[in-house]
Design a protein around this ligand. Structure first.
Ligand code: NAP
Ligand code: FE
Length: 374
C-alpha cells in the first residue's frame, strides 16, 4: 500500500518555546490577529504575554480577539474574520485549547476568502493566512492538524473543516502554560488525546508511520490516564508528558482522522453540552468492546498492552472513572443522535464498519453506562 505523510508544521517544544524562538513570528507576517478564549486563561497562564512581547519586540502590529467560546461557532469565526480584515492582518495566532486554535485556522481562511458556510466546509478556497498555534491544554493536537472543528447550528452538529491549507505554519508547545489547568479540564483533554491515538490506530487510513506515532502516544498517555484516575495532580514533568503525548496523537490523526467516538461525541457535546474529550471518553469503552468482540484484532490487544492497561476491562475502568456518567437522553434524542452520527465520515473510517443496528447497540450501552463488567 502506498501512503503519504504530510505534516508541514514547524514544532517548537519546551519551556520558553516562544521567547526563545521569537524570530519565527517575523517570518509569518507584519500584522497579527491574536485569537484567544473568552475565559481569559491565556492572560493568566502567560501565553498571551509571551506572544505579544515577541510581536512588540519586532514592532509588529497586533489586535487581540478574545471572544472564543468552547466548541466555537461559525459565527464567532466570522466575527473574528471581520476584525482581521479591518486590521489588514497578514497572519493569525491561535492561543488556547482546541477552540481558539481551530477558530484561528478558520479565521485565516475567511479573512481572505468570501465564502458561504457551505463553501467554507466544502473547502472552496486555495489559500489562507499563515497561522501560529499555541496550545494551553494537552488534548486536541490542533496545533499540528489540518482540521478546524466548528459548531454549525444549520446542521445541528459540529463539523470538521479539513484542508492541508490550514495546517499551522508553526506550533509552540510550552508545558508551563498547562500547569494551572483545573483537574477536570486536565482529565477531559488527556482523554481526548488518548482517544486520538487509540482511534487513529484502528482507522482505515492508518499506515505504518501513523501507527508508530500513535503507539508512542498511547505508551506515554496510558499511564498518565491511570494516574489521573487515581486523582494524582500532575507535576511539571507529567504536564510535559501529557503535552508531548497530545502532540504525537495530533500528528497521528493529522494523517488518519478519527472515527466512531468522535462522531458520537459531537452529538453529546452539541445537544448535551458535554466537554469534547469527556464526550469521546464516554463512548470509548463500548467502542473498544465493539471492535474487540467483532474482530479480536491483534492491533487492539497491542493498543491495550502498549498503553499499560493490560485488558479491555482495566481500560474501561480507568476511562469511566475519568469521564463519569453519560448524560440522560430520551428515546427521541437517541433516535436523533443515531440519525446524525451514522452519516458521519468518521464511522466509515473505523477498521470494521458497524451496521446501523450495531451503532444503535453501541449508543444504548454507552448511555446505560458502558459494558456491564466495567
Ligand atoms: P477548549 O474548548 O479550547 O477550552 C476549554 C476550557 O479550558 C475553556 O474554558 C478554556 O478557557 C480553558 N482553558 C484552556 N487553557 C487553559 C489553561 N491553561 N488554564 C486554565 N484554563 C484553560 O478545550 P479543548 O478541549 O482544548 O478544545 C476542544 C475543542 O477542540 C473542541 O471544539 C474540539 O472539537 C476541538 N478539537 C479539535 C481538533 C483538531 O484537530 N482541530 C482535535 C480535537 C478536538 P478560555 O476560555 O480562557 O480559553
Ligand atoms: Fe478530539
Amino acid at each position: 500500500m502506498v501512503w503519504k505523510w504530510l505534516a508541514p508544521t514547524e514544532i517548537y517544544f519546551g519551556r520558553n518555546a516562544i521567547r526563545e524562538n521569537g524570530e519565527v513570528f517575523k517570518g509569518l507576517g507584519k500584522k497579527a490577529l491574536v485569537v484567544t478564549g473568552r475565559g481569559g486563561s491565556a492572560r493568566r497562564n502567560g501565553s498571551l504575554e509571551d506572544v505579544l512581547d515577541v510581536l512588540d519586540s519586532f514592532s509588529m502590529e497586533w489586535e487581540v480577539f478574545d471572544k472564543v467560546e468552547p466548541n466555537p461557532s461559525v459565527s464567532t469565526v466570522r466575527t473574528g474574520a471581520g476584525i482581521a480584515r479591518k486590521l489588514g492582518a497578514d497572519f493569525v495566532v491561535g492561543i488556547g485549547g482546541g477552540s481558539p486554535m481551530d477558530t484561528a485556522k478558520a479565521i485565516a481562511v475567511l479573512a481572505i476568502n468570501d465564502l458561504s458556510d457551505e463553501d467554507l466546509f466544502a473547502v472552496k478556497f486555495d489559500r489562507a493566512l499563515p497561522v501560529a498555534a499555541v496550545p494551553t491544554t494537552a488534548g486536541t493536537g490542533s496545533e499540528v492538524t489540518p482540521y478546524s472543528i466548528l459548531t454549525w447550528p444549520e446542521i445541528e452538529n459540529k463539523k470538521n473543516l479539513a484542508s492541508s491549507i490550514i495546517f499551522p505554519q508553526a506550533a509552540f508547545l510550552d508545558p508551563g502554560y498547562t500547569e494551572g489547568l483545573p483537574f477536570d479540564i486536565t482529565a477531559d483533554t488527556a482523554v481526548d488525546a488518548f482517544s486520538h491515538a487509540f482511534e487513529s490506530y484502528f482507522t482505515m487510513k492508518a499506515n505504518s508511520l501513523s501507527d508508530a506515532v500513535a503507539r508512542e502516544a498511547m505508551r506515554i498517555l496510558g499511564p498518565e490516564l491511570a494516574a489521573l484516575a487515581r486523582e494524582e495532580i500532575p507535576s511539571y514533568e507529567r504536564r510535559e508528558k501529557l503535552l508531548y503525548g497530545s502532540l504525537l496523537a495530533g500528528l497521528a490523526i493529522s494523517q488518519t482522522g478519527t472515527s466512531i467516538p468522535h462522531a458520537v461525541g459531537y452529538c453529546f457535546t452539541y445537544f448535551k453540552n458535554v466537554p469534547h474529550g469527556r464526550a469521546n471518553g464516554m463512548v470509548l469503552p463500548c467502542y473498544a468492546e465493539f471492535n474487540w468482540g467483532k474482530t479480536g484484532h491483534p492491533k487492539l490487544q497491542e493498543a491495550f498492552s502498549v498503553s499499560s492497561f493490560g485488558s479491555l476491562e482495566e481500560f474501561a475502568f480507568v476511562i469511566k472513572k475519568l469521564v463519569g456518567r453519560p448524560p440522560e437522553c430520551s428515546a427521541e434524542e437517541r433516535e436523533k443522535f443515531l440519525d446524525i452520527f451514522s452519516q458521519a465520515r468518521g464511522i466509515a473510517n473505523n477498521l470494521v464498519k458497524p451496521t446501523e443496528e450495531e451503532l444503535a447497540v453501541m449508543l444504548r450501552e454507552t448511555l446505560e453506562n458502558g459494558p456491564s463488567y466495567a
